[in-house]
Write a protein that binds this ligand. Structure first.
Ligand code: NAD
Length: 455
């Protein structure tokens, strides 16, 4: 990465010249505390939200005080439970809570709203309640654009039947430094699929550091770029890695496997027997698989007017066809995908916003979103989930070779005023990959710093 503006922007001379500040984002480092200061936890509406108590207990367990209202002190986080908000008066009460609270949010602070599904709210409170539930969407996307110094705002929408434990892994992710580049997002949580794991021992310091311990994770395209970072990050979190890439990636693939203590599988995922070979490797060498990360992807950019069939076919085959084939095999009888299995697909902001010169790529990445939504109920039948991350501008070899103006544009047109790092994509995948994330299925989360493109 060579983001010159980011390096210069925090120097004295830059301040004098009025160069816009590029905040330094707090990212997870093993051993760091999960929370960097007090967290305001409150609820507005009805008899109080269903989740505030569990969030407050979680904050205290992680060594930080819970405050009920903004005072003099800097806050690490603000969590407002609006799961029972049904009226405009409840919404006004939330504003009264939030206005002084956001002023106290510190650098890389976290604002998290918890809301109800509008359809559920309608059942209990009619159109006003549904409108209030939906209003949180606009509220959170707007305040995310207002926050400064690397602070983020996100919304967790919880289905009526979901128990408090269903949102644990999401609260943990959004309040922590692992979600540094996830901003202005809305995720929907339902009652967890399959069996929930035993809660981690509170006095086990490794439990939070190694949430993927004992899980086998396969990562395609793991030789370099975002895939290599996914492999490193999942291994850091305790997973056993199966690193997959084309035979031509040879040494770099071996490097990933060695670095992470995993195994390497040289495989072109578009080969006719690729799914078969992959699943056989997983069954024979590892006895099964818990997490499948469909990361491998290619671009072959051309305006549609100049598009050739080989460019179109190559991109669709790697980015979408291979994922479809492997998912089919994972869903088939006798598949090595274990209980609480997780599939995470890498889509792209281009698949949401579109991008000039990328009809093939954007079609493939939008197709991934369609596939995830269609297969979510099928994976649920097996006690598993499928979700996607859609990265925005990530600092990689690919983006380093863009023309300067395009690169600078991509970096700055988001609420955090910078590109993300491969590890930011990897952290979101790790969150979906946890056994505790069974309430998340069919979700598409952008890792884009709240890019204005396609929002
Ligand atoms: P990259 O080109 O650096 O890495 C992709 C890897 O996939 C390579 O190691 C390549 O050898 C492997 N691969 C390609 N075809 C393969 C095949 N047929 N079989 C097996 N492996 C294959 O790309 P990256 O920037 O790290 O991107 C990773 C993923 O993230 C891709 O799906 C990409 O579309 C997506 N993405 C990237 C960005 C970004 O800003 N870099 C943004 C949005 C989405």
């Amino acid at each position: 990465m060579n983001d010159v503006l980011a390096s210069l922007s925090n120097t004295g001379i830059a301040k004098q010249l009025g160069v816009p500040r590029v905040p330094v984002l707090r990212r997870h480092r093993p051993g760091d505390p999960l929370l960097a200061g007090p967290v305001l936890v409150a609820s507005a509406g009805g008899a109080g939200g269903r989740f505030a108590k569990a969030v407050a207990a979680f904050v205290e367990e992680n060594g930080q005080p819970v405050v009920g209202a903004a005072g003099e002190e800097r806050l690490h986080g603000v969590v407002v439970d609006l799961s029972e908000a049904r009226t405009l008066a409840d919404l006004a009460a939330a504003q009264q809570l939030l206005t002084p609270a956001v002023r106290k949010l510190g650098p890389s602070g976290r604002l998290l709203l918890i809301g109800a599904e509008p359809a559920d709210a309608f059942e209990s409170g009619g159109a006003e309640a549904a409108a209030v539930a939906q209003a949180l969407d606009g509220l959170v996307r707007s305040v995310a654009k207002e926050l400064r110094a690397g602070a983020t705002a996100n919304l967790v929408v919880v289905a009526a039947g979901a128990p408090p434990v269903a949102i644990d892994s999401s609260v943990r992710f959004f309040l922590s430094a692992r979600s540094a580049y996830v901003d202005g997002q809305v995720v929907h949580v339902a009652a967890p699929i399959g069996v929930l794991p035993e809660p981690a021992e509170v006095d086990d310091p490794l439990a939070e550091e190694r949430p993927l311990a004992g899980r086998v994770a396969v990562v395609t395209g793991a030789a370099r770029g975002i895939g290599a970072s996914i492999a490193d990050t999942l291994a850091r979190d305790g997973a056993t890695i199966v690193a997959v890439d084309v035979p031509a990636a040879g040494q770099r693939l071996a490097d990933t496997a060695n670095r992470t203590g995993g195994t390497a599988l040289q495989l072109d995922i578009t080969a006719a027997d690729a799914a078969d070979r992959l699943l056989t490797h997983l069954a024979d060498r590892h006895g099964g698989v818990d997490l499948v990360v469909h990361n491998a992807g290619i671009t072959r950019d051309k305006l549609l007017a100049n598009m050739t069939a080989d460019r179109w076919d190559a991109v669709l085959a790697v980015n979408l066809g291979a994922q479809l084939a492997i998912n089919d095999a994972l869903l088939a009888g006798g598949s090595p995908l274990r209980e609480a299995g997780r599939v995470v697909c890498v889509s792209s902001q281009s698949g949401i916003a579109g991008n000039r010169g990328q009809t093939n790529y954007a079609a493939s990445k939008a197709g991934v979103i369609g596939m995830v939504r269609a297969l979510a109920p099928r994976f649920a039948e097996r006690g598993a989930t499928i979700n996607a991350v859609a990265p925005g501008f990530i600092e990689t070899d690919m983006t380093a070779t863009m023309p300067l103006a395009t690169r600078e544009g991509g970096r700055r047109i988001n609420s955090l005023r910078q590109g993300g790092l491969p590890v930011d994509v990897a952290e979101a995948i790790g969150w979906f990959g946890r056994a505790e994330s069974g309430g998340l299925n069919g979700q598409i989360v952008r890792v884009c710093g709240q890019s204005m493109l396609g929002a």
